[in-house]
Design a binder for this molecule. Structure first.
Ligand SMILES: Nc1ncnc2c1ncn2[C@@H]1O[C@H](COP(=O)(O)OP(=O)(O)OP(=O)(O)O)[C@@H](O)[C@H]1O
Length: 252
């Protein structure tokens, strides 16, 4: 579904991704792990074109993104293709990013109405269904500030689902939450994984990565240091760096 080949990304002179490739086949869950600053969020943001990149290819369902320019001037050349990719790869952010002035239902309905121009009644039915699915069907008419962090994140997941995307991208979905609220969100993500959704998850939660992933990628300083199925990667890491990262993470 999503394929990245040899991606390079720099902010000015800071090289953040130094030739990263990944493949997220339909129905698979890929987790990106690694130390702070290793480039995980940048890679995720490159997947749905929230960030530009200087070199390498991005393919969505086998269709290569078309570019114009080179290096720091490189940009996607076809706005319709960008919109198609973005709407098919819905993103869930660490800080939820709900609109404070809209109710939860309005938050979930906004993008399908304004970006996809779908029928209001159909969108409302779908939005209520997705809020029900994530366990907050009774919170349609309240504002984000009236919800706990875990409820806000579940609303953000319902909002992503309401775009009916082909894949979901999660950027540290549980990092801003207290442990007990974290579990509510982990449950929703596990349910989505069990449904066979295609997902890429940036996470510091090794248990989440171990429980839901088909494939785990360990990034170090903008390069893939090690990758593999979670049972092998977590039980028998080959590289010294991954061993050090896991023991430091599991000690905290
Ligand atoms: N918009 C930006 N402008 C300049 N530098 C940036 C920008 N966004 C990220 N960086 C830098 O790029 C590097 C990689 O950041 P990124 O957020 O991708 O790392 P990460 O692995 O997700 O880290 P964390 O786990 O702390 O979120 C860091 O050094 C960061 O400071």
């Amino acid at each position: 579904m999503i394929q990245i080949d040899g991606l390079h990304k720099a902010y000015g002179t800071l090289e953040v991704l130094k030739g990263v490739s990944l493949s997220a086949p339909r129905g698979h869950v890929i987790s990106l792990i690694g130390s702070s600053g290793s480039g995980k969020s940048t890679l995720l943001r490159c997947c749905n074109l929230l960030e530009d990149s200087q070199q390498g290819d991005i393919l969505f369902k086998g269709e290569p993104l078309t570019w114009k320019g080179t290096g720091h001037d490189r940009r996607p050349s076809d706005p319709a293709q960008v919109l198609r990719i973005r709407t098919n790869l819905s993103m869930v952010f660490q800080q939820f990013n709900l609109w404070a002035h809209m109710t939860i239902l309005q938050n979930v309905m906004e993008a399908p109405l304004t970006v996809l121009r779908r029928d209001r009644a159909e969108v409302e039915t779908a939005a209520r269904g997705y809020l029900e699915k994530v366990g907050i069907g009774d919170k349609c008419d309240v504002y984000p500030a009236q919800l706990s962090g875990g409820q806000q994140q579940r609303a953000a997941i319902a909002r992503a689902l309401c775009m009916e995307p082909e894949a979901l991208l999660f950027d540290e979905p549980t990092s801003a939450l207290d442990p007990e609220l974290e579990q509510e969100v982990v449950k929703v993500i596990k349910d989505l994984a069990a449904e066979g959704r295609t997902m890429i998850i940036v996470t510091h939660d090794m248990k989440l990565a171990a429980d839901v992933s088909d494939h785990v990628i360990f990034l170090h300083q903008g390069l893939i240091e090690e990758q593999g199925p979670p049972d092998i990667l977590f039980s028998a890491p080959r590289s010294e760096r991954l061993r050090g990262f896991l023991s430091a993470t599991l000690a905290t």
